[in-house]
Design a protein around this ligand. Structure first.
Ligand code: SF4
Length: 442
């Protein structure tokens, strides 16, 4: 147990109770010392009538990349590799196009590149550049996503291309999420054919040239004995078409599909994806429109809509809330978030509070004090959520354990991402027979 955690866990109950909610975040002086940085906002549109108006707002935030599509030899090579595909869910507006996959609704003139960096307007058509060209793939424990109530103890083949619809100041994967496909892949030289047996010996240069089509992804998942494929690391909504085709193929081979996401997606695109999804982990980054704009360059409401839709469509999901000092560590806001979850989603979808580590544009901030995370967990439990976890903190075993909401006995015990004991039978607590929410077997 680290010292911060010890201090928090061992603090006399009266001491912990006596501090007000707002006292638990960093002091104003600390906040000034660590600083707070603003970020560009991203606009959205709803109908033809305000395309022009909203387009002007978007230019103010410089969210799309003007005249930045690949051209000439690079475009030809990219197409030859099969790394280009016409996008789905978009509108043609004369020679302009507008993507409707996420609420950014990028409006692109010919040769423009989208806010997520992955889509371009070529001759009045919208194309994704992030197809069959993953820049990162790995087999992870499913607990790492994190998904604690979905096929525990299994491996998940995890895959990402570049790109993201957000600009999170604290991004932990900014080396791929804030890059263009051409910055992570190289279409020059010999094409590298996919061979599952060679996967362990690939160099970075090999990965840059490697193509991996949906059938290859499914084959590799099976070869690595993974029961599911996770679209993860960057923002999979930015490689929507690739994720969707992989998901369709995986479903036909009885492999599960997992979406690890910021949840920023439009209803129609989500509905199509839900036809093939088995589970999701959605980042609920804060419970404030202002903070979403400042910290992430996004909006809160679409994420809440996504959670409701996933529930409505019967997709299992878990929610992650990263607690960032001076931004999202206000316990009053965490209380409001838990109230919303109970009221709109119910008590059975797990909530993971996760510790922030200094990175990307917030290197000047400290790690989240463990005491804030344990306080957040207490609030969530007292509000009525049944399953509340703490991530990225060692030495708080109750934060990694699933307890039966009826008899309070541990039903799944974990250490870091590994399952230590499983006291479930047919998805029910072995001690009292209460059903534990989740997907516990194929
Ligand atoms: S998915 Fe990408 S291209 Fe489409 S609206 Fe969102 S940011 Fe823009």
């Amino acid at each position: 147990m680290d010292q911060e955690t010890k201090d928090s866990v061992n603090a006399p109950r009266a001491d912990r109770d006596s501090a007000s909610l707002s006292d638990k975040r960093l002091t104003r002086r600390q906040a000034i010392k660590y600083g707070a940085i603003g970020a560009a906002a991203v606009a959205g549109v709803g109908s033809m009538a305000y395309y022009v108006l909203r387009s002007a707002q978007r230019e103010r935030t410089a969210s799309i990349f003007k005249n930045d599509a690949p051209r000439g030899e690079l475009w030809k090579l990219w197409k030859r590799r099969g790394w280009v595909k016409e996008a789905s869910h978009y509108l043609q507006l004369g020679r302009n196009v507008q993507c409707h996959v996420c609420p950014n609704e990028c409006l692109l003139e010919p040769e423009d590149r989208s806010c997520c960096r992955n889509k371009v307007n070529k001759d009045g058509k919208l194309y994704t550049l992030a197809y069959a060209n993953p820049c990162s793939f790995h087999v992870d424990p499913i607990e790492k996503k994190p998904l604690f109530h979905f096929l525990p103890g299994t491996g998940v083949f995890s895959i990402a291309t570049s790109g993201c619809s957000f600009r999170c100041l604290n991004c932990q994967n900014w080396e791929i999420s804030q890059k263009k496909p051409e910055e992570t892949k190289d279409p020059h030289g010999d094409e590298l054919k996919f061979d599952p047996k060679r996967m362990d010996s690939l160099t970075m240069q090999d990965v840059a040239r490697l193509s991996m089509f949906p059938e290859d992804v499914a084959e590799l998942a099976q070869f690595s004995r993974s029961q599911s494929i996770a679209y993860t690391y960057s923002e999979p909504t930015s490689f929507y078409e690739y994720m969707l085709d992989c998901s369709k193929l995986a479903r036909s081979r009885n492999i599960k599909n997992v979406w690890v996401t910021n949840g920023y997606i439009q209803r129609e695109a989500l509905d199509e994806l839900c036809n093939y999804l088995d589970a999701a982990n959605v980042d609920l980054k804060s419970f404030s429109e202002d903070i979403y704009q400042t910290l992430n360059a996004g909006k809160l409401k679409p994420i809440l809509d996504t959670l409701k839709t996933l529930k409505e469509r019967g997709v299992w999901f878990e929610v992650t809330n990263l607690v960032v000092p001076t931004y999202t560590d206000k316990l009053g806001m965490i209380q409001r978030m838990c109230d919303w979850l109970i009221e709109n989603i119910g008590p059975d979808y797990p909530l993971h509070f996760s510790r922030f580590h200094p990175q990307h544009k917030l290197e000047h901030l400290p790690m989240t004090p463990a005491g804030i995370l344990t306080d957040a967990r207490s609030i969530a439990l007292e509000t009525g959520l049944h399953y509340v976890y703490i991530g990225n903190v060692r030495g708080v075993p109750e934060g990694e354990t699933t307890f039966c909401p009826n008899c309070r006995k541990p039903v799944v015990e974990r250490t870091i991402f590994f399952v230590r004991s499983l006291n479930l039978e047919g998805g029910k607590c072995k001690s009292c027979g209460t059903k534990i929410a989740g997907v516990w077997s194929i």
